[in-house]
Write a protein that binds this ligand. Structure first.
Ligand SMILES: [Cu+2]
Length: 115
């Protein structure tokens, strides 16, 4: 069986957890609250982040050669979602999860940490 590095395992965990948070929040909290939570920019950021997280985790599990490139995109989607969610008062859990995943994905992709 293939051994997954500690770093990659941490990234997979962060991605799956962020996927659950973003998709779950979008489908429950955001849809139920309505208003600013279902504005295209916010809702799209949530779903884009969730999908990128799911894809990144999936490609790492698959050991696809380009998985790390996907992690770089995922980090961007997570940052965008974190910024969107920061603008609303009740999305703190999502912000935290997105920032954690962005860090893990940036590490995985070999990029420097954003300032
Ligand atoms: Cu929301």
């Amino acid at each position: 069986m293939r051994t997954i590095s500690k770093e990659m395992q941490a990234c997979i965990d962060a991605c799956l957890s962020c996927y659950q948070m973003c998709f779950g929040m979008a489908m429950s909290h955001c849809l139920e609250q309505g208003g600013a939570h279902v504005k295209p920019k916010h809702f799209r950021a949530m779903i884009a982040c969730a999908e990128m997280c799911r894809d990144s985790a999936h490609m790492m599990l698959m050991d696809w050669t380009q998985a790390k490139s996907l992690c770089a995109l995922c980090a961007e989607a997570c940052e965008t979602c974190a910024k969107e969610c920061e603008a609303l008062p009740d999305m703190k859990d999502c912000v935290d999860e997105c920032r954690r995943c962005a860090d893990a994905c940036r590490k995985m992709s070999g990029q420097k940490m954003a300032a």
